[in-house]
Design a protein around this ligand. Structure first.
Ligand code: NAP
Length: 281
């Protein structure tokens, strides 16, 4: 019987701690912590994500500055706004909701965010510092996974960790965090040969590929820790992960559910990073 890692409970606990830290910052410095959220265009999923982020800010007392530019905003307008936010003293973190409309050069926009305000941890300087195991700002989702492992007393040191997926926002930073935590890390992707065997050798298996219920029990070692980052829809349109939870749960020692696992941790870590950037300012 495995332990279900409760991301919702950990997120609630962390948000209460963050709220206390936000209040302490305000009392000490006499000003609020500010997070600017930039949305360009009308993508409905992005609008939901932005709303949730703003609501989470309100709950912990972080002041959010919300900017919604039209879908036909120019590169110059988007970059101009980011430049203004970069210079603003009351803005401690800047988040540009991705994806941006096709005609906008995303990388050029992200480059305008000063590393010290990069609460998503996506900029080259922060990614480089993570790779060198130096002080940095860590991308929210993988950072949340590390907090979950810590909360459940799972130490990656010396373990075989397999990261399934190599995206810039999840797979790569997750692999670096596990390596920094002294795991022996293998990163798998769509070209990996013998994927099943590689996964089945993992003591810690983290999955972020965006394929509903892709990881089945035969890909999981008895007693492995299984972390499911995926947010997919099953054949009935129900939210599910990249792992076949029902099939895998009795084989794993620890497993995250979807929903209620990694998902709630991501916005929590955004709040955490915002407090971090404010305290370093
Ligand atoms: P992504 O950018 O699409 O990357 C997917 C990765 O999976 C790629 O590296 C790809 O390999 C690999 N992959 C795809 N199919 C594969 C297969 N059949 N076998 C082996 N590898 C395969 O995805 P992402 O942004 O990392 O997101 C992954 C999942 O996590 C999605 O479901 C997403 O919704 C979810 N997510 C959740 C949160 C959260 O807060 N819970 C946050 C972010 C993402 P190649 O590189 O070779 O193409």
């Amino acid at each position: 019987m495995s332990t279900i890692i409760d991301g919702k409970a950990l997120a609630a606990k962390m948000r209460a701690e963050i709220k206390t830290r936000v209040a302490a910052f305000q009392a000490e410095r006499g000003k609020e912590i500010g997070l600017a959220v930039v949305l360009v265009g009308e993508d409905s999923a992005s609008q939901v994500y932005v709303r949730n982020k703003i609501k989470a800010c309100e709950e912990v007392g972080v002041k959010s500055f919300s900017y919604h530019l039209p879908a036909d905003a120019t590169q110059q307008q988007v970059c101009g706004l980011v430049d203004e936010l970069a210079a603003a003293d009351n803005v401690h973190g800047i988040l540009v909701q991705l994806p941006l409309p096709k005609h906008i050069d995303e990388r050029a926009v992200l480059r305008r965010i000063p590393p010290k305000k990069d609460v998503d941890g996506f900029c080259a300087e922060n990614v480089g510092n993570l790779a060198m195991n130096r002080e940095t700002i860590v991308a929210c989702t993988p950072f949340g996974v590390m907090k979950m492992l810590e909360e459940y007393g799972i130490n990656p040191k010396g373990k075989n960790a397999v990261m399934l997926g190599r995206s810039n926002i999840v797979g790569k930073p997750m692999a670096m965090l596990l390596l920094n935590a002294d795991a022996t890390v293998t990163v798998c992707h769509s070209k990996t040969e013998n994927l099943k065997e590689v996964c089945a050798g993992a003591d810690i298996l983290v999955v972020a590929i965006g394929r509903a219920k892709f990881v089945t029990a035969d890909m999981v070692k008895e007693g492995a820790v299984v972390i499911d980052v995926g947010m997919d829809r099953d054949e009935n349109g129900k939210l599910c992960g990249d792992v076949d939870f029902e099939g895998v749960k009795d084989k794993a020692s620890y497993i995250t559910p979807v929903p209620g696992g990694v998902g709630p941790m991501t916005i929590t870590m955004l709040l955490y990073n915002t407090v971090l950037t404010a305290s370093r300012s």
